[in-house]
Ligand binder design. Structure first.
Ligand SMILES: Nc1ncnc2c1ncn2[C@@H]1O[C@H](COP(=O)(O)OP(=O)(O)OP(=O)(O)O)[C@@H](O)[C@H]1O
Ligand SMILES: [Mg+2]
Length: 268
């Protein structure tokens, strides 16, 4: 969030294997200047998707991780003292607006209401960003696009987007990819051959079925990639699974034992 975009025109797009027509939808949203909300569980590919699409479209990408303490000034900018002088420094949102970049607000439900309200005039047909402190009213440059994401699984009553905010975004739901695709992703990301990635993905499927019962959240593709990376690097399969796909999911011993039974069921 220091203001440097993570993707530049001409950068090679990071690997992303689509689950469906999400790339075409993103392109359509970008073409028509429509903001986009991505919903889905942790580690299912949302951030990678945005990085991929930004590179594909040749637009710089500014990512902001939202949290309780994030202020509107963190997004928009503030006056700072530099060498005895007060200078205005754009925040990542303002930079994206000026440059025609993509601004990606990760975990947007964590942001306070005063932050989300800053987004309103930007996310309707006005596409303007009023900056109270400087008196400027910026018209978003062509190419500016707002993308936000959140995990509906963690939502509680206090942490939802107001309808007036969420109804400004197109929304795409992400899930975990079908097993064959996920094995392909895991293989590509870890270097483990696909036939060895497949049982890890099978195990992930079984672990995900426990979501809402023993587990708050199913295992992410990210963790399956971690397990495969350890195995590809020479760690014994059982050890890799334990550290990457069991311990991160729970602290409760009896739940862990249940999960290990699933490992035995898949790997024997
Ligand atoms: N479709 C995909 N193509 C390529 N890699 C993927 C895909 N889906 C998941 N991955 C892998 O899973 C990892 C986690 O994905 P990512 O960081 O995008 O998750 P996320 O949905 O943004 O999670 P969080 O909500 O926790 O931020 C990626 O680093 C990548 O290795
Ligand atoms: Mg992410």
């Amino acid at each position: 969030m220091d203001g440097s975009p993570t993707t530049r025109d001409g950068a090679e797009a990071p690997f992303y294997l689509p689950q469906g027509d999400e790339c075409a939808l993103f392109e359509a949203a970008a073409r028509h200047d429509l903001p986009l909300l991505l919903k889905g569980p942790t580690g299912c590919g949302k951030t990678r998707f945005v990085a991929h699409m930004a590179a594909r479209l040749g637009r710089p990408l500014y990512t902001v991780a939202c949290h309780d303490d994030l202020t509107a000034a963190d997004l928009v900018g503030r006056y700072l003292l530099k060498g005895g002088e007060t200078v205005w420094v754009d925040g990542p949102l303002t930079r994206a607006v000026r440059e025609g970049a993509i601004c990606y607000l990760d975990e947007v439900v964590e942001a306070r209401k005063d932050v989300t309200v800053v987004l309103h005039p930007l996310t309707d047909d006005r596409r303007i960003l009023p900056i109270d402190r400087t008196g400027e009213e910026l018209q978003a440059a062509p190419g500016f696009m707002l993308v936000a994401s959140y995990n509906p699984g963690y939502q509680n009553i206090l942490k939802t987007l107001k309808p007036s905010t969420r109804q400004r975004f197109l929304a795409l739901e992400f899930g975990f990819p079908p097993p064959a695709r996920e094995a392909e992703i895991v293989a590509a990301e870890s270097g483990l051959p696909a036939d060895r990635a497949a049982p890890l993905v099978r195990l992930a499927g079984k672990l995900r079925a426990l979501k809402g019962q023993d587990l708050e959240e199913g295992v992410s593709t990210r963790l399956v990639v971690y397990a495969a990376t350890l195995i590809a690097g020479g760690l014994p399969v059982e050890r890799a699974i334990h550290t990457a796909m069991i311990e991160p999911l729970t602290d409760e011993e009896d739940v862990k034992r249940g999960l290990l039974d699933l490992v035995t069921a898949v790997f024997g």
